[in-house]
Design a protein around this ligand. Structure first.
Ligand SMILES: *Cc1c(COP(=O)(O)O)cnc(C)c1O
Length: 412
């Protein structure tokens, strides 16, 4: 008998984006003439930067020659040129020193943030901010670290830290201990960003409680204020308690190309059954090499091109396009009477629902009256109830049309 993993049955039936898709499809079949604008799911829309396209072409040609052909990559999976680009542009330039063998290149931060929990014991106690990127929670449910979901969708055994207007959607560390805390800054879904002081508080908490922080910096390229931290390693002591994940998906439009990396500094340790300290770097290396054969060479070349002078300039222009959309959305919705948050250092604007509407009722109203798809905040966690998320990933034309339709639908 192939007994299933019963923990999968604890997962919520309607995953957020399928439910949104179902409601949009139902609306479109009833209103075939309506032109629906999608500002829901967080996916980039601009084409790949020319420098990236050129690198893909060049690497493909190289692979088609006898001298340039490559099979499996280096043992750890990452090419030297890419590790050098990462170290120089993402860390050294910010005063952070890391070694090449602390960087693990992968095919995505979704995978990494879901897989990382495998190197921790099943009885580890998890803390997440709420609302939250659902991957952190669901992968721990699958691994058996939680009880069942309650009425609000919160799983027993997880410590949820509400991100609220009062704390600027950047929850401080809890009074209670936890073993692993997931942080994401700039944040999906709230668009908030953690200051250096906020991260320093988290690092102090982790060191006090012997906890590990899993820091997701997928949106760091969207930070506009140079005084804000791009990496948790800009905080002293973080190299002893934090794992950081970064992706090329949003910064360079790689959602379909697939490349990311995880940083596991040698100083980050956990405790084994005998109470010995064990470096997590070795565990992640073992996991990585056992279950993964590396990112395609052509993709690593494309990621490397993001760090070339043209690649940096072109991808910064893409980010600037999305951030100008975010500013337009924030201003336009504020003018229409909405209370808006985020959107200043992240491609997401987090909006309080008007007239006390629930997140899903507001979603239905904006879809029905403005024909715009948003994301209901409650889909990201109980504390997201009463909010919705608008993504800036779209053309300027669509963003302007969507904002003016929402303004009209909610006028007066
Ligand atoms: C988009 C996103 C990622 C990136 O995931 P990839 O698998 O690298 O595409 C990671 N974390 C968050 C919170 C995201 O929104």
């Amino acid at each position: 008998m192939a007994r299933i993993n019963d923990d999968y049955e604890k997962l919520q039936a309607g995953y957020l984006f399928p439910e949104i898709g179902r409601r949009v499809a139902a609306f479109q079949s009833e209103h075939p003439d309506a032109s629906v604008i999608r500002l829901g799911i967080g996916d980039v829309t601009l084409p790949l930067a020319p420098a990236v396209v050129q690198a893909l072409h060049d690497a493909t040609d190289e692979m088609g020659t006898a001298e340039g052909f490559r099979g499996y990559g280096p043992e750890r999976g990452a090419e030297d040129f890419l590790l050098e680009g990462i170290l120089e542009h993402d860390f050294t330039s910010r005063g952070v020193t890391l070694a090449k063998d602390e960087i693990f290149v992968s095919d995505g931060s979704k995978q990494d943030s879901g897989n990382i929990q495998e190197i921790f014991g099943r009885d580890c106690h998890i803390a997440v901010t709420d609302p939250v990127y659902p991957v952190y929670v669901d992968t721990n449910v699958m691994a058996g670290r939680t009880g069942a979901a309650g009425d609000s969708g919160r799983f027993a055994g997880i410590l949820y830290l509400p991100a609220t207007e009062e704390n600027g959607f950047v929850p401080p560390p809890p009074d209670a201990p936890a073993d692993i805390a997931y942080l994401c800054s700039p944040n999906n879904p709230t668009g908030s960003v953690a200051s250096h002081a906020a991260l320093a508080e988290w690092v102090a908490w982790a060191r006090e409680h012997d906890a590990v922080i899993i820091y997701d910096a997928a949106y760091d390229a969207f930070i506009q204020d140079p005084s804000l931290p791009h990496s948790i390693y800009e905080v002293d002591g973080a190299k002893e308690c934090a794992i950081e994940m970064r992706s090329f998906s949003k910064r360079a439009g790689f959602t379909g190309v697939r490349c990311a990396y995880t940083v596991v500094p040698h100083g980050v340790t956990g405790s084994d059954a005998a109470g010995q300290r064990v470096p997590l770097n070795g565990l992640w290396l073992r996991r990585h090499c056992t279950k993964f054969n590396g990112v395609p060479y052509v993709v690593q070349r494309a990621a490397g091109a993001v760090f070339s002078p043209e690649g940096r300039k072109q991808t910064q222009e893409q980010v600037a396009h999305y951030m100008s959309n975010a500013a337009y959305i924030r201003t336009g919705l504020t003018d229409a009477g909405f209370v808006c948050f985020g959107g200043e250092h992240a491609p997401y604007v987090w909006v309080r629902t008007p007239q006390g509407l629930s997140s899903w009722d507001c979603f239905d109203r904006i879809l029905g009256e403005a024909n715009v798809v948003t994301t209901p905040g409650s889909g990201f966690g109980a504390s997201g109830e009463g909010y919705f998320r608008i993504s800036a990933f779209n053309s300027r034309e669509n963003v302007e049309a969507a904002v003016s339709r929402i303004q009209r639908a909610f006028a007066g």
